[in-house]
Design a protein around this ligand. Sequence first.
Ligand code: PLP
Length: 646
Amino acid sequence: VALYRLHGWGAPYFAINDSGHLCARPSGTVEGRDEVDVMEVINSLAAQDLQLPVILRFPDMLRHRMRELQGCFSSAMIRFGYQRHFEGVFPIKCNPECHLLDQFVEFGFGLEVGSKPELLIALSKLSSRAGALLICNGYKDSVYVENVILATRLGIRAVLVLEQIEELEEVVSCSKRLGIRPIIGVRAKLSTKHNGHWGGTSGDKAKFGLTVTEIVSVVYRLRQEGMLECLELLHFHMGSQISSILAIKEAMREASHTYCELALMGAPMGYIDVGGGLGIDYDGSKGQSSASVNYSMQNYANDVVAALMDACVLKGVAEPVVVSESGRALASHSSVLVFDVLHAHHHIKKPGRVDNVLEEERLQLDPLRNGHVSTSQSHDAGEYLLSTFYQVYATLELGNAQEAYNDAKQLRQEAGSLFKLGCLSLEQRAQADILYEKVCQQVLGFGSQLPKEFKLSLPSIYTCNMSVFRSVPDSWAIEQIFPVMPLHRLNEKPSINAILADLTCDSDGKIDRFLGPSGETSSVLALHTLQKAEPYYLGLFLGGVYQEMLGSAHNLFGGVHVVHLRALGDGDFAIDHVLPGQTAGQVLSGTYHCRTELLRELVRQASSSVAAGKLSQKEANLLTANYQRCLDSYTYFSMLSDCTDH
Ligand code: PLP
């Protein structure tokens, strides 16, 4: 547990059971009455022929997070004697999956949209919920504005938030045309900035929001049009994953006074929307790193409410309803990406079949034993290099392990250079490789006595059945760290330091930044050795927001299966929804390849090859059947067992 810092980032939703399996506790109870053994889920999915990778989604965790956020704001409001309530709206962009959004809406949350397609979802989902809150951000053309204004007639509290000053005239004219009073909000460009990766959304240079001057001019213009009574909401969003509570406190002071001033200028107001930004602890370091946060959800709610209370009391303005657009803090935990390891490539190979063959030849290859001993006077560069290499190997001991390893690395590199110059035979080069491995094996044999940095410099590569670009794009794009750990064998000490490689043919398709056991970032992950014919499963956590939508079809790896799980108590679980991932045919159609045409062309070519005698009918049938089967199947590696370790 300590090795993967599970308590830090996973509590109260994930724990390890007596079988050494990772288990989920969807309702967030520490006693784990609703524990679901993830390995049992994987076995059950395998029995249904559902291949990995798969996203396990736990909607109960979403509900628990929503309840927590509401509870924190209620406590803060009681504590400070705040007279209004809290309302949550979920930003659709964080994860627009249909069933996930239903969870939010059924719980009583509203939705936040930032584009026309998102608006389409929200209008339909909220239309049956009288009084539901809909926050409309993003760029707005006239159809967007018209639909939002019309939505108020459906009973939705649809707020048009002005993000650009230019939007105001569209809103005014559309409202006049329709004869419907809109609910208007303004997004403030606060001068307070936060320094995390997503801090660019805040500060004077922010892409969105109105400056102070623009906000004042909105008030004047609305007053001029007799529409000031439509201005009800002030919104701001400082960016996602705010790691410091000080930034939140400062922004809240600025926003609270802006809110009060708008009320004093005669706008009815009533709502303050504090945006998203509530962060989570990705590395479990409790604020010690930028991937973490130095505050709790309760601290956050307290500071939001306290700042508002202070400003409202000072300026004699009634407290507003507090709206939050938290996405990351609500939905990250509820998704676990599960994938299997296909291969382990060890930097230092265990002697295998190929090595044994070389071993038999070793006597002939070995320059010291076959009589071709060279000396420094030798004119044969290859023999001289091999003889030096052999000396390094023969004199290796704990005291000079690091030095011997460095020499071996350099000599191996030089062997490569000599080979390219034609001064080394293929056999001699193979011998240099063998000596290199021998040195490494012996050095590693010193085990725990070796310096840690040295061990870290020799990671194994575990090839995983997934695509980083599809499932964890932020790990590649912005080097964000996500917790990764084995899902079983957790009562067994891992013995391998590894990095993860994905299925894509892209050297960036790897994960080599992990949570270190003491809170530091580590370049390797501690994993177990693969066992023959035994699958090895890993889980990647906290990827429930942004990743699924930002992910792309690099190398044409498609969307992965998503399974919604519900704990039934006593270890039982129900699978409520299986949302199938994309087939190859579906991914191909995304780049305008027509499935039928592709198949027709292949069949045509196979038939003419049969006619020309280049292909037998049996082979042609096999080829076209395989082709068709591939078009209709999952894009990932289809092997549930039979891992190889070499
Ligand atoms: N609201 C707006 C306007 C956003 O741009 C975002 C995302 O950056 C959010 C809400 C959600 O933020 P978070 O996921 O940090 O809660």
